[in-house]
Design a binder for this molecule. Structure first.
Ligand code: F0G
Length: 346
């Protein structure tokens, strides 16, 4: 069941809203007990990479596209570090509307680029970082009347709250800590709004502390200053001036949480741990929370025994190049059984 159907009563869906549905949402929440026990916590991973385009963006995109169609939109535009463009392109294709996507040239993982192209979007590679592409997309939206489906579109964040509701329904309540990567800062804000709304509706009792993790080279919410030249291996969160910074700061302040940063080396190490000790392949940005939890554990700041949910925002298959650069090459052998026996002995 897609999110418009599953949570229609909590979303601004009317009789006139087209029932757009790629069966997004309802993603698995997986107990990662081997990793959790080494950190002294109960650790859960929300597998947002299981969404139809392989990232959490589909939760918000479905409502943004449905409402734009309801309002008579004829085309969509977005700026993206990759996942938003894949999602926008897919939903635009599904409803039969053109989609223009602006990407920071050379800084988008291969799988995401392939997605936007194969879904039939018009892909434009801009000589500039994400922050600049977003300014340009907003201008193009105003000039050409395209519906913008970045998280400046309020429906995106409204519908991304569904992730928090699913977690509360799966666990019976909110967790103690909610760990999440932060780029343009929309998702952390949406989750916080979702947790609060569910509690107000009497559907949950607790509120989690919101722990937002950024890459050290693109950590404006940690340093408190916009970062003019963001750089990180986690290209999804290579963002220097987050559009929803004010909402994210509020979420962290209200919940008693924090922002923290992790290095690229820590992110890549966490990616390997998640894969090799959890059986989950997530893209680098999605591994920032695990890197952050490991960092907190090392400094004695991770509350023992707490229930922690981390949002694994995107599928690892989107960025195979980065993963391959971190592992050994396959063992190459000839075609005899002796060759195989020799290889197995090593
Ligand atoms: N994780 C992944 C895999 C992402 O693609 C993004 C953002 C984030 C985390 C951060 O979420 O921006 O709500 O704080 N990707 C956007 C994009 C910017 O264009 O795909 P955020």
């Amino acid at each position: 069941m897609g999110v418009l159907k599953r949570y229609g009563e909590y979303l601004p869906v009317t009789k006139k809203t087209p029932a757009v549905n790629l069966e997004e949402g309802s993603t698995p929440l997986v107990l990662l007990d081997r990793i959790g026990s080494s950190l002294g916590i109960e650790l859960w991973g929300k597998l947002e990479g299981c969404n139809p385009t392989g990232s959490f963006k589909d939760r918000g995109m479905v409502l943004a596209v449905a409402k734009a169609m309801e309002d008579g939109a004829s085309a969509f535009v977005c700026a993206s570090t990759g996942n938003t463009s894949a999602s926008a392109a897919a939903y635009a294709a599904h409803v039969g509307a053109p989609c223009y996507v602006l990407l920071p040239s050379g800084k988008v993982a291969m799988g995401k680029l392939a997605q936007a192209l194969i879904y039939g979007a018009r892909v434009i590679a801009v000589d500039g970082n994400f922050d600049r592409t977003l300014e340009m997309a907003r201008e193009a939206s105003a000039k050409c009347g395209f519906a913008i489906v970045n998280s400046v579109n309020p429906y995106r964040l409204i519908s991304q709250r569904t992730g928090a509701w699913e977690i509360c329904e799966s666990l019976g309540d909110a967790p103690d800590l909610h760990a999440i990567p932060v780029g343009n800062a929309g998702n952390i804000s949406a989750y916080w709004a979702g947790y609060k709304e569910f509690r107000e509706r009497g559907r949950s009792k607790k509120l989690p502390r919101m722990m937002g993790f950024q890459a050290e080279g693109a950590a404006p919410l940690v340093t408190g200053m916009a970062c003019p030249v963001p750089e990180t291996v986690a290209t999804a969160i290579r963002i220097g001036n987050p559009v929803s910074a004010h909402l994210a700061r509020e979420a962290v302040r209200e919940s008693g949480g924090e922002f923290n940063s992790v290095t690229d080396a820590e992110i890549l190490e966490a990616q390997k741990i998640l894969a090799a000790r959890g059986g989950i392949f997530a893209e680098p940005a999605s591994c920032a929370p695990l890197a952050g939890l490991i960092k907190l554990k090392k400094s004695g700041l991770l509350p023992e025994g707490s229930r922690v949910v981390m949002v694994l925002t995107g599928n690892g298959l989107k960025d195979p190049d980065t993963a391959l650069s971190q592992v050994e090459k396959p063992v190459a052998i000839g075609g005899t059984i002796e060759d195989l026996m020799e290889a197995l002995r090593q």
